[in-house]
Unconditional design. Sequence first.
Length: 442
Amino acid sequence: MKIIEERIAAQLPLWRERVNHLRGKSGDFKVCDVTVSQIYSGIRGVQIQVSDISYVDPKEGIRIRGFTIDELMQELPKARDTKNPMAGGLYFLLLTGDLPSQAEAMAVEEEWQHRCLIPTYVFNSIRRMPPDTHPMTLLSMGIMALQRESVFARKYAEGANKQDHWRFYLEDAMNLTAKLPGLAAFIYNLRYQDGIYIPPNPDLDWGANFGYMIDRLKDPDYYDLCRLFFFLHSDHEGANVSAHTSHLVSSALSDVYLSCSAGINGLAGPLHGLANQECLKWLLDIRDQFNGYPTQPQLEQYLRSLLANGEMIPGYGHAVLRITDPRFTAQLNFAHENIKDDPLIDLVEMVYNTLPPLLMEKGKVNNPWPNVDAINGALQYHYGVTQFDFYTVLFGISRILGITAHIVWARALLKPIERPKSLTTDMLEAMVTQNEKANGVN
């Protein structure tokens, strides 16, 4: 897309100068020292990545290009008579760092409409899979099948200049993101709606079109929930499993499709992308325990018994945040405005009002507040998207917006192939022993 390409190109000289200055003048500056504990704990918290696209502030939540969720809810362009941002404006911001005008957001939406056609062979490859294949497997397969269309792969084979690689990554990113709602809707309809096919509506934006293509005509509010969901889940720093996996793979100059498929495979893991369905299962288990829904005193007693048994409560706590996740708050506000008399949503809010004080009573709890996953499954369930194993697909097509922005900028800044060093256990033990002797430890 020309306007985004030109905006990135205009910024690149300064960005490359900043990066080269840091590497040249301050290349030996130590950002942090890695401990043995961190090595054996998944390098959690170790600062290994630089990205200016998003950052999780412990006291304010995710900042996308410097803006908080609340700020973006106000500032990003919206479709007519809707309350939540269009993905087109969000993607413009992710890629350029600039808040888009209404016209610029619509230009991205229109560009996606021109690029949204999915080749028949992609659908056929998915249809051939056994009917019980997990939807995330189908999503990864669909993205991999689209790799045949990669502009970068073709241009690289033709000898494209390294300085221009990012331009072809951008083309691939625009092409892939344009197809995501249609690809996800096809998978949903194939698995759960007897394979019906509904083409995209040219009068609807990217996010709303997913709701349209899965035949949610009776629930127009669901279109706005889609906009909200895709906005809130679009990015979360550059070093989580899906984002870092995609960065790692693309650092080998694997194209956008190969890189995003790899990231989606990471997102499919139960420790990363399945949290939303685990939260919903937990809420429904409470319902089943009480043969209905508990009163507040009953819920408090139930939660106390879980905590006394050392059980974890899904959807509560966060590795970085020390506040209620603003993405949870945005979804709860949506529920207040659009959903009445849903006992499951009421239970979400009852847990929110009851559980944090109990967690604080226990002490040693860094963050007793809900994260984004504590409510999003319940919202999907309300609108009839009750198939738990599909929720991560929704997460995935949203997260690819952020992932592709990271990939494009990594190539624009000419980041090299990622190649950290590993140690043997013998080497690590020898290093520890040597350090103990040097410090007089017996």
